[in-house]
Structure formats: structure tokens, C-alpha cells
Design a protein around this ligand. Structure first.
Ligand code: GUN
Length: 292
């Protein structure tokens, strides 16, 4: 006999928590409907990237389910930057549109930042506009990027203590890593963490990840986080969506890491559904602000 206890992590159910958020958004939409207001989201999708098509389709379907009207703008890959800017201007000026989402990545001939900057900050459904990112950094966010905002909700609603926690984020993208750090470092509920952001130039990645109470993997490489990179009892959040021959897998080697972690998000069914739920929540926030 041995005293050794093997622990298997609690699975953080992103689908269930996202359903909670979506129900709250649906109630907010019903309240707005009583005032004769239907929140509206315009989605702009350029080109044929199959993953982007899947994501945008899910976003549009989710809008319909909670009572948000959506307009689909599907444009060919050759669409010029000027044509795209013209469309964004038209949506900015349309009073029925409360939120605008330009799915990224955009084709190489388009300067992504120029297009994101053109979206009116008051209609920015993604929280990608520099004004909204600035509000986030200064501690007075209006809308926050949906994936990091969704992760914060996952942590809050599954009872993970972030205050004082060592959070290690792997990945420094503008849509996940950097805003994730900005959210969790705030002096606010569901935050107050000590944040480290690691990236491709980080020396000895595992030395950092092994210190994490909460490890957030947003790398974009299948199974990049192995069990020996994770502290016993850590909470592991997997942002990865990697299409492989084995199907959709995360950035975390789930089967081995779940034996070390105390809680872990699955792929699919973890972070992904939260991104969509928070997008819906952002549309409602922008709609309400527009009425105020
Ligand atoms: N591409 C990957 N994630 C996102 C997202 O949350 N919003 C937009 N607009 N594009 C993305």
C-alpha cells in the first residue's frame, strides 16, 4: 500500500458557465425590447479562412438565440482596404447597429490595425479599439476583449481565487495575452493577481510556468504545455484551438496535465464558448451606453 494520492483535476465547464452568461444577456435583451430597442451587431468577415467562418457563424447564431439582431457582411479575400473602411464608416453611421465586429485575421494586403482603429469606439464589440484598450489599462473598462473577459468570468464563476495569485500567461497577442494581463492586474474583483506574460523570447519558459497558481496558455501550438511545466494543484486555462489530425486540441496536453492540476478547462467546451458569451455581453453594454 502507498499513501500517495493521485489527484485528477476538476473540469471547468465553459459551456455551462457560458450558458449562464448568455441567459443573463437574454434577460437584458428582453428588458431592452420593452423600451423598443433591439441590440444589433454587424459582423464583417473577409476571405475564406475556414476557422474564421466557423467562429463567425457561431457568433451570429448565438446573437439570434439571445435576441440580438445581426447583419452578416461576408466579403471576398480580394476586398480592398478602402472598400473595407467604407463599409466600417457606413456601419458607424447606422443607428440600428450598436456593435461592429471585424473578424481577424484580415488578409495580408489589409492593415489590420487601420481597420480596427476605424471602428467607432462606441460600437466596438470586441474591445480592440485603442480607446477601449486604454480604458481597460486605466481601470475603467467599457468593453474588454471577449476571450480574456471570458476567462476572467470562468475564474470568478468557478470560485478560483485570483487575488494575490501568481498568474502566468503564455502568449502576448493583442487579443488574448496582453489584455488578459491588463485585466488580471487591475485593482478589482476577479483580479488583483501578480501577472507574468511569457512569449517566444522568454528564457526558460518552464521555470515561469511552474511558478503559476493560474496558468493561461494562449500559444497556438498543440500540446505545448506538458505536465512537467505545471505546478501541483495549479488551475490551467487552455485558450488553444489547434486543428490536428486528432481533431481540435488545445495548447495543453490535457490527459497528462489533468493529473497534476487542481482544475482545467477542456478544448472544446472551455474558453471558446465564453468568448462568444462575452461578445454578446459587450454588444448589450454598448447598446445600453448608446441609450444613456
Ligand atoms: N479572431 C480570433 N478571435 C477573435 C475575436 O475575439 N474577435 C475578432 N473580431 N476576431 C477574432
Amino acid at each position: 500500500m502507498t499513501d500517495e494520492v493521485t489527484m485528477t483535476a476538476r473540469i471547468i465547464d465553459g459551456k455551462a458557465i457560458a450558458a449562464e452568461v448568455r441567459a443573463e444577456v437574454a434577460r437584458a435583451c428582453a428588458e431592452l425590447a420593452k423600451q423598443g430597442v433591439t441590440p444589433g451587431l454587424a459582423t464583417v468577415l473577409v476571405g475564406d479562412d475556414p476557422a474564421s467562418h466557423v467562429y463567425v457563424r457561431s457568433k451570429r447564431k448565438a446573437c439570434a438565440e439571445v435576441g440580438i439582431k445581426s447583419w452578416d457582411h461576408d466579403l471576398p479575400a480580394e476586398t480592398s482596404q478602402d472598400a473595407l473602411l467604407e463599409l466600417v464608416d457606413k456601419l458607424n453611421a447606422d443607428d440600428a447597429v450598436h456593435g461592429i465586429l471585424v473578424q481577424i485575421p484580415l488578409p495580408d494586403h489589409v492593415e489590420e490595425q487601420t481597420v480596427l482603429d476605424a471602428v467607432a469606439p462606441t460600437k466596438d464589440a470586441d474591445g480592440f479599439h485603442p480607446y477601449n484598450l486604454g480604458r481597460l489599462l486605466s481601470g475603467s473598462p467599457i468593453v474588454a476583449p471577449a476571450t480574456p473577459a471570458g476567462i476572467q468570468q470562468l475564474l470568478l464563476r468557478s470560485g478560483v481565487e485570483t487575488s494575490g495569485a501568481e498568474v502566468v500567461i503564455v502568449g502576448r497577442s493583442n487579443i488574448v495575452g496582453k489584455p488578459m494581463g491588463a485585466l488580471l492586474v487591475q485593482k478589482a474583483e476577479g483580479a488583483n493577481s501578480t501577472v507574468t506574460i511569457c512569449h517566444t523570447r522568454t528564457r526558460n519558459l518552464a521555470e515561469h510556468t511552474r511558478r503559476a497558481d493560474i496558468l493561461i496558455a494562449a500559444i497556438g501550438r498543440a500540446h505545448a504545455i506538458a505536465a512537467d511545466m505545471v505546478k501541483e494543484g495549479a488551475v490551467v486555462i487552455d485558450v488553444g484551438m489547434n486543428r490536428t489530425e486528432q481533431g481540435l486540441v488545445g495548447d495543453v496536453d490535457f490527459d497528462t496535465v489533468k493529473e497534476v492540476a487542481s482544475a482545467i478547462t477542456p478544448v472544446p467546451g472551455g474558453v471558446g464558448p465564453m468568448t462568444i458569451a462575452m461578445l454578446l455581453s459587450n454588444v448589450v453594454s454598448q447598446t445600453k451606453r448608446g441609450l444613456a
